[in-house]
Design a protein around this ligand. Structure first.
Ligand code: ZN
Length: 129
């Protein structure tokens, strides 16, 4: 009932003009999915170029347009990884050789560390004895 009470208002402060007969420009609601599970919807004019991504209204992350293909799909060039670049410079046989060399160095170092630890332990035993 209370919402039917007509309250007074200052002249000119409120427009009683109805927008019932106003025609809005055609627009479409576009939905964006945030990686954190939030939904963001943005009304765009029908003729607007609708962006693929939009800032999430909840957390600010980059949300992807729901009805569009992923923007990454547009990139036809495959991503070149460090491994790809390495394979361009060396064959697998060469890489195995390098790996064996590095492992030998590591094992040598490990052996040296173990020997040093053993020597230190012997020294400490002598000290405490
Ligand atoms: Zn979000």
């Amino acid at each position: 009932m209370s919402d039917r009470v007509l309250r007074g208002s200052r002249l000119g402060s409120v427009s009683y003009e109805s927008d019932r007969h106003t025609e809005f420009a055609p627009r479409s609601l576009t939905f964006y999915d945030c990686p954190h599970g939030h939904d963001t919807s943005v009304p765009f004019a029908a003729e607007a170029d609708i962006p693929f991504t939009w800032e999430c209204k909840v957390c600010g992350a980059t949300a992807l347009r729901r009805d569009a293909e992923q923007p990454e799909a547009k990139a036809s060039k495959p991503v070149r990884t460090h491994w790809d670049m390495l394979l361009e410079r060396r064959s697998i046989a060469e890489l195995e050789e390098v790996l064996a060399e590095r492992l030998a160095v590591l094992h040598q170092h490990q052996g040296a560390v173990k020997a040093q630890l053993k020597a230190d332990a012997a020294k400490n035993r002598k000290k405490s004895a």
